[in-house]
Design a protein around this ligand. Structure first.
Ligand SMILES: NC(=O)C1=CN([C@@H]2O[C@H](COP(=O)(O)OP(=O)(O)OC[C@H]3O[C@@H](n4cnc5c(N)ncnc54)[C@H](OP(=O)(O)O)[C@@H]3O)[C@@H](O)[C@H]2O)C=CC1
Ligand SMILES: CC[C@](O)(C(C)=O)C(=O)O
Ligand SMILES: [Mg+2]
Ligand SMILES: [Mg+2]
Length: 344
């Protein structure tokens, strides 16, 4: 088994007395900053003025324009959207990095695809929690943590690995275990996971199941419960004890259906498509398309997002969840301007 490291094996002294600038106070940014502060580290925030800037202030941080935060930092963690990192880096980060500082990323996209070429006089590492930022925060508050990856791209000071590990401990990832990787491996597997399984694969499966039932004349509310609501309960069982634990809790009828019908839906053809998705990630084709989409102001992204928000499963879901007060949405209720663009 690969070597995972845990809190009790990590020495965090290397970050004592050092100033950490977290650049970006969004999903990952707020979680890293709050967790690091509660782990005893000295954190300042760099953000443009606006919603996140104000939130970070409200949360008690010293908040600066990006350039000012970078100037004072011994460690700069870049938690800006991937598609904006290159321009902010060239304008406000590169010119202000201290000699011997550490530059960190939570995803290797920009370094791996050559969008950011770090200067040679800094350490460069990856500290990538394997989970959404709001859960990185929530699990930390619960005394647990989201497992993470660390990887060294450049070791200028000779301490890059020690610093990276201390950082993963500070955000709570070392409670779940941290695994060494490279920027290439993290970037390619993270993109594959989110596209083929966790986000793209899961939403496509849920929607296809919902549509199949509704088109066959079944009630949309029932189809929502069956294909989306209950999925969380099933995945919780997998999270807690693997496929075996989920199969222990379901009926034998369901388990037999799982064995014989699952492979009829997700089969060799699906796997061949997954391999195509992976190939596009490995060759840089996906990255190129995403960079161009942003340069064009996201026409396809915006059209698809609007259509998705207006899908029947979303309309039915909003109504049903409003009738289930125990289904809390702490993430969106903490945001003042939820980005749901619903028509009709
Ligand atoms: N989301 C996740 O859970 C995960 C993300 N990652 C990686 O973490 C990084 C951050 O992603 P994520 O947390 O989703 O990003 P978000 O979009 O949630 O947050 C981005 C933050 O950057 C700020 N920002 C945007 N533009 C600028 C700018 N020009 N100058 C200064 N600040 C700016 C935003 O502030 P404002 O309010 O002003 O827009 C916001 O606070 C990415 O590399 C991503 O791949 C890795 C693992 C999981
Ligand atoms: C699964 C999506 C993710 O990779 C993540 C939360 O880990 C992301 O980029 O947001
Ligand atoms: Mg991820
Ligand atoms: Mg990702």
């Amino acid at each position: 088994m690969a070597k995972l490291l845990y809190e009790n094996e990590i020495n965090t002294q290397v970050l004592e007395g050092k100033k950490i600038a977290v650049i970006g106070y969004g999903s990952q940014g707020h979680a890293h900053s709050l967790n690091l502060r509660e782990s005893g580290f000295d954190v300042v925030i760099g953000n443009r003025e606006g919603k996140s800037f104000n939130q970070a202030k409200e949360d008690g941080f010293a908040v600066y324009p990006v350039a000012e935060a970078v100037k004072q930092a011994d460690l700069v963690m870049i938690l800006l959207p991937d598609e904006l990192q290159q321009s902010v880096f060239e304008e406000s980060i590169r010119p202000n990095l201290k000699d011997g500082a550490a530059l960190a990323f939570a995803h290797g996209f920009n370094v791996h695809y050559g969008q950011i070429q770090p200067p040679s006089n800094v350490d460069v590492f990856l500290a990538a929690p394997k989970g959404p930022g709001h859960l990185v925060r929530r699990t930390y508050q619960e005394g647990a943590g989201v497992p993470g990856l660390y990887g060294i791209y450049q070791d200028y000071t000779g301490k890059a690995r020690e610093i990276a590990l201390a950082y993963t401990a500070g955000i709570g990832s070392a409670r779940g275990g941290v695994l060494e990787t490279s920027f290439q491996e993290e970037t390619e597997t993270d993109l594959f996971g989110e596209q083929a399984v966790l986000c793209g694969g899961a939403t496509a499966l849920v929607k296809a199941g919902f549509e199949t039932l509704v088109e066959a004349g079944y009630q949309p509310e029932l189809a929502y419960f069956e294909c989306l609501h209950e999925l969380k309960l099933i995945v919780d069982l997998m999270y807690e004890g693997g496929l075996e634990n989920m199969r222990y809790s379901i009926s034998d009828t369901a388990e037999w259906g799982d064995f014989v019908s699952g492979p009829r839906v997700v089969n060799d053809e699906t796997k061949a498509r997954m391999k195509e998705v992976l190939k596009d990630i490995q060759t840089g084709e996906f990255a190129k398309g995403w960079i161009l989409e942003n340069q064009a102001n996201r026409p396809k992204y915006t059209a698809i997002k609007n259509a998705e928000n207006n899908h029947l499963i979303e309309k039915v879901g909003r109504e049903l969840r409003s009738l289930m007060p125990f289904v809390k949405n702490p993430i969106q209720s903490e945001q003042k301007d939820v980005k749901v663009n619903v028509t009709n």
